[in-house]
Design a binder for this molecule. Structure first.
Ligand code: ZN
Ligand code: ZN
Length: 316
C-alpha cells in the first residue's frame, strides 16, 4: 500500500508498504482525510525517535474487522493501551506504560491507504459531520483535555499564547465555558480567523488589568513557557500544550513565589471533541489552508512546515 513514512531521518512516499495485518482485537481502516500536525513535523526533527508510517489525525472507513464495525466511518483514539496493566485497569489508558501511539511511538500511522487500529479505540462519526471536520477530532480532543484538568467558568479570564492550530482550538474550547478568552499570537490573519467566535485577539502582550486566571501555552516554542508565567496571576494556572523537542532554561522561582499551578496537558476525550463538532460548537473549517492527495504527501509536508500555515490535510 501507499504510505508516507519517516525512516532513517528521511520522509518518503512509499508505494509498496506491506498490507497491515490485524490482530484479534483490531480493525483495518482506510483513511479518507488525514491531518498534518506539528507533532508530525517535530518527529521529522527527531522528537520521539519514531520510524514508520507517519500520521495520527484521520477519519476513515473500516474495511476489515468485526461485523458491526464494517463500513463504519470512524475516528480513533491514538493511544493504543495494553488494557491489562494496573494503570489501564484504573481507567487511565492514556498513560498505559506499555502503550504505543499511532504514528508517534512504535505503531504505524494513518498517512497510508490502510492502517490497523484496536477496535476499542474506534469512535463512529455522526453522518452530518463532514470528513474535513471529523479529521480535527484528535487535536480538538487535546484542547478539550484542558477542561478535564482545570475548572474554568464564566467568571474567569484566560489567555492562550500561540495562534497556531492547537492554540486556535484551545481558545475556542475555552470560549465554550463562557470565560473571557484572549488569544495572543504574531499573525493578524490567523487571529482574525477565530476572533469572530467571541475571542479577543492580541498581537502584543498589552492587556490591562489583572493578570490571567489561566494561561495556556500553545506556542510550540521554548519562549512560550516564560511568557505564560509572566502573564498568569499569583495562584493561577499555566497549562502546557507544546511538546517541543529540547530542554527549557528558565527560573522556577516565580512558580514558587507566586504559587503557580503548572499543568502538563496532552491527549484528551475524543467523545467530547466529536460531540462538539457534531453540535457545531467549534469552527475548524477556517483553519484549513490546503488539501493534497496522499501521492503528493511530501509536498504537503513542505507546505505544512512553512511559517504562518495552519492546517494542511491529506486526502486518500
Ligand atoms: Zn496531532
Ligand atoms: Zn496498560
Amino acid at each position: 500500500v501507499r504510505a508516507l513514512t519517516f525512516e532513517e531521518g528521511i520522509a518518503k512516499l512509499q508505494e509498496d508498504m506491506p498490507e497491515p495485518t490485524r490482530g484479534p482485537q483490531q480493525a483495518i481502516v482506510r483513511p479518507v482525510v488525514m491531518g498534518i500536525c506539528d507533532t508530525d513535523l517535530q518527529i521529522m526533527q527527531g522528537y520521539s525517535g519514531f520510524s514508520g508510517v507517519l500520521g495520527h489525525e484521520f477519519v476513515g472507513v473500516v474495511v476489515d474487522g468485526p461485523q458491526e464495525w464494517m463500513g463504519q466511518r470512524v475516528v480513533a483514539d491514538i493511544n493504543f493501551a495494553c488494557g491489562a496493566c494496573p494503570t489501564c485497569l484504573a481507567g487511565d489508558v492514556h498513560h498505559c506504560p506499555q502503550r504505543t501511539v499511532m504514528g508517534i511511538v512504535q505503531a504505524h500511522g494513518a498517512f497510508a491507504e490502510r492502517v490497523a487500529v484496536p477496535v476499542s479505540n474506534l469512535l463512529r462519526v455522526p453522518d452530518h459531520v463532514s470528513d474535513q471536520d471529523a479529521v480535527f477530532t484528535e487535536p480538538l480532543a487535546a484542547a478539550f483535555e484542558i477542561l478535564e484538568q482545570v475548572n474554568i467558568d464564566d467568571s474567569m479570564t484566560t489567555l492562550v499564547i500561540g495562534d497556531g492550530k492547537l492554540g486556535s482550538l484551545c481558545a475556542q474550547v475555552l470560549a465554550t465555558t463562557g470565560a473571557t478568552v484572549v488569544l495572543w499570537g504574531h499573525h493578524q490573519h490567523k487571529i482574525d480567523r477565530i476572533a469572530k467566535r467571541g475571542i479577543q485577539g492580541a498581537l502584543e502582550p498589552t492587556w490591562t488589568g489583572r493578570p490571567f486566571d489561566v494561561v495556556v501555552e500553545a506556542t510550540g516554542s521554548k519562549a512560550g513557557l516564560q511568557a505564560a508565567i509572566n502573564a498568569v496571576r499569583p495562584r493561577g494556572t499555566v497549562v502546557l500544550k507544546s511538546t517541543v523537542a529540547g530542554a527549557h532554561e528558565l527560573s522556577l522561582a516565580p512558580i514558587v513565589i507566586d504559587e503557580l499551578r503548572l499543568v502538563g496537558s496532552r491527549c484528551g476525550p475524543f467523545d467530547k471533541a466529536l460531540a462538539a463538532l457534531s453540535d457545531g460548537d467549534i469552527d475548524v473549517a477556517s483553519l484549513i489552508d490546503a488539501v493534497y492527495p496522499l501521492s503528493d504527501g511530501l509536498k504537503a509536508l513542505d507546505h505544512a512546515r512553512r511559517s504562518g500555515v495552519m492546517k494542511v490535510l491529506l486526502r486518500c
